[in-house]
Design a protein around this ligand. Structure first.
Ligand SMILES: NC(=O)c1ccc[n+]([C@@H]2O[C@H](COP(=O)([O-])OP(=O)(O)OC[C@H]3O[C@@H](n4cnc5c(N)ncnc54)[C@H](OP(=O)(O)O)[C@@H]3O)[C@@H](O)[C@H]2O)c1
Length: 262
């Protein structure tokens, strides 16, 4: 049997078109040239997973630190670190140009003085939201937060009233005009995303030490919140759950109730 040259050319062209369309769908899923994601706390133990995954997805992002030299020493992969201090609004204005979304993994381990939770977890978050509003281009704010944050007498408040200040930061985000997702984690562990499944819930009912969350899953959930329409204007808790399928959580945003705007 002989096959004409025209037929071979047509089949080859078809295969080429198929390859191109699947190539473009992969690219379209993971990168959007118009987005510019500011990652606050990018040098942190969870922020470093966020920038690693964004880099793997070839996304457009700015890794922010308050000290470039320290960040570059801490994180072995090479990044174009951008320096700003959440306590200093002017420094935020200078890096906010063109930013379309913020993922914040901001936090402090200092419980007194100018770097305590009052000035970082609350004051810093407030400054970020205000700078985002001044910039005018920021459409979304994704916040890492803590499970147990609303529970009175939570023993973590012995450390600079950290949860009291974090909750004030959450409230400031929720009452702003910027679309938000607030993701409250349990005790953080250093597993990559997908090692365990993740359970999403609301109401902040899990007692302290009642659940763990891997930093990889938390980072992946923050990134998903950027594009998942069902994540918008919601506050949720997330815990690793080995009985659940890895990545099944992506559909679970749809089951959550949106926040009431204050
Ligand atoms: N640890 C837990 O078990 C736990 C549980 C639930 C929720 N969380 C929350 O989850 C988030 C991530 O936690 P993590 O343990 O990954 O945090 P982390 O390692 O302590 O990182 C915190 C980040 O905040 C940045 N930062 C601090 N002060 C700053 C300032 N003045 N200006 C700019 N950046 C500043 C630091 O960056 P530079 O030092 O480079 O500036 C650092 O990258 C935090 O919000 C934390 O409260 C933690």
């Amino acid at each position: 049997m002989t096959v004409s040259r025209n037929k071979i050319a047509a089949v080859t062209f078809g295969i080429l078109l198929l390859c191109m369309s699947s190539f473009y769908s992969v690219v379209a899923d993971t990168s959007n040239e118009d987005e510019l994601i500011l990652v606050v706390g990018a040098s942190g133990r969870t922020g470093s997973y966020v920038i690693k995954y964004l880099k793997q997805q070839d996304r457009n992002f700015i890794p922010m630190t308050s000290n470039k030299e320290r960040a570059a020493k801490k994180i072995s992969d090479k990044y174009n670190w951008v320096e700003a201090d959440v306590k200093n609004p002017k420094s935020l204005d200078s890096i906010m140009v063109g930013v379309t979304a913020i993922i914040s993994g901001l936090g402090t381990n200092i419980f007194e003085g100018p770097n305590s939770p009052e000035f970082i977890d609350y004051g810093g978050t407030k400054n970020l939201i205000d700078a985002a509003k001044r910039a005018g281009t920021v459409k979304q704010f994704i916040q890492m937060s803590s499970s147990g944050i609303t529970q009175e007498n939570n023993p973590l408040n012995k450390y600079g009233n950290v949860l009291v200040w974090k909750l004030k930061g959450e409230d400031y985000i929720r009452s702003s005009s910027i679309t938000h997702t607030i993701i409250r984690a349990g005790g953080l562990t250093n597993d990559e995303s997908g090692v365990n499944g993740a359970r999403m819930q609301q109401g902040d009912t899990v007692p302290i030490n009642g659940g763990l969350t891997s930093r990889g899953n938390l980072a992946a959930i923050c990134i998903e919140a950027l594009t998942n329409q069902n994540a918008k204007n919601k506050t949720l808790e997330v815990f690793d759950d080995e009985t659940m399928q890895a990545d099944a959580w992506r559909k679970d945003f749809a089951k959550l109730i949106p926040d009431l705007k204050k």
